[in-house]
Design a protein. Sequence first.
Length: 174
Amino acid sequence: MTSSECTEVIVTLKSFSITALLLGSVFVLFQLFYSRFTLGYSPQGDVNSCLRGTWFLVDRSEKDIAVGNLYAFHLPVHTPFFDKGRRFIKRAVANEGEIVNIGLEVTVTTFGRIELPLRFAAKALGDDPQAYVRVLEVKESHWFAMGELPQSYDSRFWGQVPHANVIGRAYALF
């Protein structure tokens, strides 16, 4: 083998090594990102939307509930509209031990006054909105979830969410 052929082989090996290193690095970074994060999609373009946002980044390593944050979770019960275990994204408005006062037009929690009337979801359920008016204390290891828009179907109707059902904190992308 001539010296120019040896040089060509060495350059080719170096190029291959750099390419393999770059691809390996991209793969490792992708695996690290994928193991921690997932994307959530909510078809919010219709009249039944409950959150402002369509795409969400869900951080699976952030599961401690903080009032005011969005969380992805598995629905804790079977409902007339959704099966138990379906993935939801809602805002935490009260945590364990906190009081929730659910009124016809306003729900009051430690998060503040949330002006979301009961009538829209109650009508869809075929129920009298008055049936959902109550004051409750959030149970240990649970939290209270609510949407952001008037037609939100949330904890006021199907109950509190166990901390164990949390997938992770959600961030609205757009």
